[in-house]
Design a protein around this ligand. Structure first.
Ligand code: SF4
Ligand code: SF4
Length: 375
């Protein structure tokens, strides 16, 4: 633990406060584009990565002893999007990523009892219902599940309860392509929201349950439409000796699915967990290009602008989350897209809410693939 503290402090002291992490690469874009949604929205140094690191140092070195509202906001109003780290690692070579440090910072705060009510409420809901939204009803697709099938679709709380059209599309694709699948009879939240908000202990029972269920399922491949769930399984779960893949990886490697073009001009939005965390940039683009004309946004791939909903921000600071998504919608309009397409239920939910007034259509890649599949 002491070593960990020293490692963390060493990483913090590597920050030279240059703030390169706050802007996208100037030369390819030829304009000054912000990269950190939190700093850009709130406007204070404390809301950019270096400010957040300084607060962490002060907490670890005992210089901060009061959980003021401003302090909690500076710590928790960060989407953990990782855009800052993409820039920072180019100059500091620090091995612990900035989002990892910010998660550790939240763990410290939770240990001190300095958590946000919004996040405590989610933890309570999960304890009671095993899903992050506190929903009590059972999922309708369990009836179609084939026990023992090699492919298991881990649906995740957001596609189950807030954007079910993504789960519908994924399952219809399996059906149309004749792929036998199973869903977990008793799927529990993956624990991502707990882990990202510093509630590590609360996530342990969820992870143990899901590991046991998956081991007993006989599945060889687990497919995820949610990059947050996938990243959590890859980063935080023990090895289950099963393959863990995102929907876009799974579908790309099937080869020719006999899809047809939909005649749409769309912009692709890289989800943070899928792109920066898992390095999956090509597969969603390859699939989309088969069904639509794809336009690149100015801030794309490693430098994608975050939709604003991750890291527990949507539940605690919805005004910030919607502003961030609104900025992305503007960017999609600028390139002349009629729809913005992502590959994440969290992104879809937030972009859709922000895009309602702008009349921007929002889809997940699997929805467009499903529409374009013949039969
Ligand atoms: S780029 Fe890295 S070193 Fe520079 S201010 Fe940001 S976090 Fe600190
Ligand atoms: S993780 Fe994203 S929101 Fe948080 S400081 Fe880095 S760029 Fe800003």
């Amino acid at each position: 633990m002491e070593l960990e503290r020293e490692e963390i402090l060493s990483a913090i002291y590597h920050c030279v406060k240059c703030k390169l992490c706050s802007i996208s690469s100037f030369h390819p874009n030829e304009e000054w584009l912000p990269l950190c949604p939190s700093g850009q929205f709130y406007g204070y140094q404390a809301f950019y990565a270096p400010g957040r690191l300084e607060i962490f140092r002060e907490i670890l070195e005992g210089e901060l002893s009061e959980p003021t509202e401003g302090l909690l906001k500076a710590v928790y109003a960060c989407t953990l999007c990782g855009a800052c780290y993409e820039k920072c690692k180019q100059i500091t070579s620090v091995g612990i990523s900035l989002p990892e440090l910010f998660e550790k910072q939240r763990e410290e705060l939770v240990k001190k009892g300095w958590a946000l009510d919004a996040h405590k409420n989610i933890a309570e809901k999960i304890k009671e219902t095993r899903n992050a939204y506190g929903e009590k009803h059972k999922y309708k697709y369990e009836a179609k599940s084939v026990y023992g099938a090699e492919v298991l679709y881990y649906i995740g709380c957001t596609a189950r309860y807030r954007v079910p059209e993504i789960a519908d599309a994924m399952l219809e694709i399996f059906d149309k392509l004749g792929i036998k699948y199973q869903v977990m009879e008793d799927e529990w939240c993956c624990g991502s929201v707990l882990l990202r908000t510093g509630r590590v202990e609360d996530a342990k029972a969820l992870m143990a349950h899901n590991v046991e269920e998956i081991k007993n399922s006989g599945a060889k491949t687990v497919v995820f439409t949610c990059p947050g769930c996938l990243m959590t399984f890859k980063k935080n779960y023990p090895d289950m000796a099963v393959e863990l893949v995102h929907s876009t990886q799974f579908l790309t490697r099937l080869g020719d699915m006999k899809v047809k073009k939909l005649g749409m001009e769309v912009a692709y939005h890289d989800p943070c967990h899928l792109g920066r965390d898992l390095g999956i940039y090509e597969e969603p683009r390859a699939l989309l290009k088969e069904v639509a004309d794809v336009k690149e946004l100015k801030r794309e791939r490693e430098q994608a602008w975050c939709c604003g909903s991750g890291g527990g921000v949507k539940s605690a600071y919805d005004d910030f989350a919607l502003w961030s998504a609104g900025e992305r919608i503007k960017e999609a309009k600028e390139v002349g897209a009629e729809a913005i397409v992502s590959a994440c239920p969290f992104c879809k939910r937030n972009l859709r809410e922000a895009g309602e007034k702008e009349e921007m259509k929002v889809f997940d890649v699997v929805e467009l693939v499903n529409r374009s599949l013949e039969g």
